[in-house]
Design a protein. Structure first.
Length: 601
């Protein structure tokens, strides 16, 4: 543990902060300054740090009571975790959809980091500096992953007269991200004046309190694992297969990655509805009392993968989804227009169409097919909804209730969910991919099994929080059954250790008995299932690996155009920054995606 020491001098926020904050002008990007952003009169360095952490949650998962959707949702729609509107890929995520993401990244996160960092350095608050560096590395990597070249070197420099910041080469931004993470690890090991008084991600006491620096080090290392796995196909001097192999092996040898759920990097939400709304944004938009948001219609492909891929439904299914109906007997052309239709001619035989089949006795998963381009029918009472993990909704106890309306705010954990940004299970899946494709240290099968078990354990344990919120009910016919013979309805459906073992054994037998693309598909599917509500990693992994390679085709068009290899620039960036020229389409791959055209669809 580092030694903290006292200094005689203290720092005072002066007019220098005003000069620093002038660099936060949002005219660089054509977006309005957030009313939630800190200003110089509020310049406590701990407040800045917490604001940056809150803003990272918004960047990833979206913002409550706002149409602002986070990066995760865009990735989920592109990879069939959620239904994405169509009918073509050019229309999946049009430029205006990313306006708030752009503001979040530049006008909030990077702007606040630029103001906080020199103040923290002057005060010798090096953990504050390190956390800012880690957050910045994650944000700029994600911007590259979605858009390619973006402003960075000249970004947030309005006070210097740079109102049209130039685009930086995407490779150089990744290099900068790697250096930020290395510098953050150095700063986390320096002696300093004080730790952050409150850390929203890694408090030392497991609640609200000072920072646990060792966990931030593990996160920085794990983000470097992600960076070098992401770039394993690149053909650059700084990023290529040989570099990735060496760097990943060094990280494995260092044995300081996120390998336990106690170290999960997840933003945690509360249950407060007003002043402010602290609930998970997905919960707020789905359980706000007015019915599900049209942005969140579940994808039939992903639900079918959970419910029917193996001999029993995946143990996580009841935690991921809440079913409002027990079957599809209530469907008709009004609430589900495809109910009287046949699958399109371009669908392969056996492809899920219109409804999720009741193969394993798990019926009622009501969603939509990929790029379905309908108006929104009156189907709020039928749709499968987000469950307890990770948004804090209800556990599926087969009660098949309509969970919209005035009492929806009280469902499940009432929105006390998480944004799963970098979880321990992800580390094992990344190591499995590296072992399988690069020959790095370790056994792919062992990593895969550990990833599956870590994910299932995290999900099931998350649902355990519901135990104290449910009334005990009598399941015997006799209403006078003694208290000690009463059980929770939920407990009838919690997967037993034996059931989990059986499920994992079936997957591992499939993996170990497969070769080539079939083996990679099993690995891709299982990582995909562990990534529920993390569309950032799902989108990246799909473009990098092409797995799962059996995703559902577009519903309405046999040829929906080239898959989204990178996204359009946000409308505000194109309109207000003369250095940015809008892309002609979404076909240009990111530098680390050297796969051939048509590799993904």
């Amino acid at each position: 543990m580092k030694k903290l020491y006292c200094k005689l001098n203290t720092f005072i926020i002066t007019s220098a902060l005003i000069l620093l904050s002038a660099g936060c002008e949002t005219t660089d990007f054509g977006v309005v300054e957030s009313t939630n952003a800190l200003n110089p009169s509020q310049a406590d360095i701990d407040f800045f740090l917490n604001a940056i952490q809150l803003e990272l949650g918004d960047f990833f998962a979206g913002e409550q009571n706002n149409a602002f959707d986070g990066m995760s949702e865009f990735g989920m729609e592109a990879t069939r975790m959620l239904h994405g509107g169509g009918p073509s890929y050019d229309q999946l995520a049009p430029p205006p959809d990313f306006n708030e993401i752009w503001e979040s990244a530049y006008s909030r996160i990077l702007a606040d980091i630029r103001v906080m960092t020199p103040l923290a350095e002057e005060a010798e608050l090096f953990t504050h500096v390190a956390i800012g560096q880690i957050v910045e590395a994650y944000v700029i990597m994600t911007l590259v992953d979605f858009f390619g070249d973006v402003p960075y070197t000249e970004a947030v420099r309005g006070s210097e007269g740079i109102t049209n910041p130039a685009l930086d080469d995407e490779v150089s931004i990744y290099e900068a991200a790697n250096q930020l993470l290395l510098d953050a690890i150095t700063n986390l090991n320096r002696e300093e004046f004080a730790l952050p008084a409150r850390d929203l991600f890694y408090p030392a006491d497991g609640g609200s309190g000072p920072t646990n620096e060792s966990q931030w080090v593990r996160l920085a290392n794990t983000l470097r694992l992600k960076l070098f796995l992401q770039t394993r196909l690149a053909n650059e001097t700084s990023f290529n297969a040989a570099v990735s192999t060496a760097e990943i092996n060094a990280l494995i040898a260092g044995n300081n990655l996120i390998m336990n759920s106690a170290d999960d990097f997840a933003f945690r939400y509360g249950t407060s509805i007003n002043a402010p709304d602290a609930r998970h944004p997905f919960f707020q938009k789905n359980y706000g009392g007015a019915g599900p948001s049209a942005d969140f219609i579940m994808a039939n492909y992903y639900m079918n993968l959970l419910a029917n891929r193996y001999g029993q439904e995946d143990p996580r299914t009841r935690y991921y989804y809440y079913r409002q109906v027990s079957d599809f007997s209530g469907q008709n052309v009004v609430n589900n227009s495809c109910s009287t239709q046949n699958a399109p001619a371009h669908y392969p035989a056996g492809e899920t169409f219109c409804t999720v089949p009741n193969t394993n006795g798990y019926d009622g998963l009501w969603g939509w097919d990929h790029l379905r381009d309908d108006g929104i029918p009156p189907h709020d009472a039928f749709l499968a909804m987000f469950g307890v993990y990770p948004i804090g909704g209800p556990f599926d106890d087969s009660s098949f209730r309509n969970v919209t309306g005035s009492t929806a705010n009280e469902e499940g954990l009432a929105g006390a969910g998480i944004a799963p940004i970098m979880m321990s299970s992800y580390t094992y899946f990344m190591l499995a991919e590296a072992a399988e494709n690069l020959g790095t240290t370790g056994d792919a099968a062992s990593y895969l099994e550990s990833g599956i078990r870590e994910s299932i354990g995290t999900v099931v344990n998350f649902g355990e929080q519901l135990s104290s919120t449910l009334d005990r009910v009598i399941v015997a016919d006799d209403p006078d059954t003694p208290e000690n013979e009463q059980v929770l309805v939920r407990d009838q459906f919690v997967p037993s250790p034996a059931l989990i073992d059986t499920h994992v054994a079936e997957i591992m037998a499939d993996f170990n008995g497969s070769v080539g693309a079939d083996r990679l598909r099993v690995l891709g599917e299982q990582y995909f299932l562990a990534l529920w509500c993390n569309g950032v990693e799902a989108y990246n992994t799909y473009r990098r690996t092409g797995q799962p390679d059996n995703l559902q085709p577009s519903l309405d068009l046999a040829d929906p155009g080239v898959y989204v290899r990178s996204n359009f620039y946000p409308q505000v960036a194109n309109d207000n920054n003369a250095s940015i020229t809008q892309k002609a389409g979404v076909t240009t791959p990111i530098f680390w995606d050297t796969n051939p055209e048509g590799f993904v669809d």
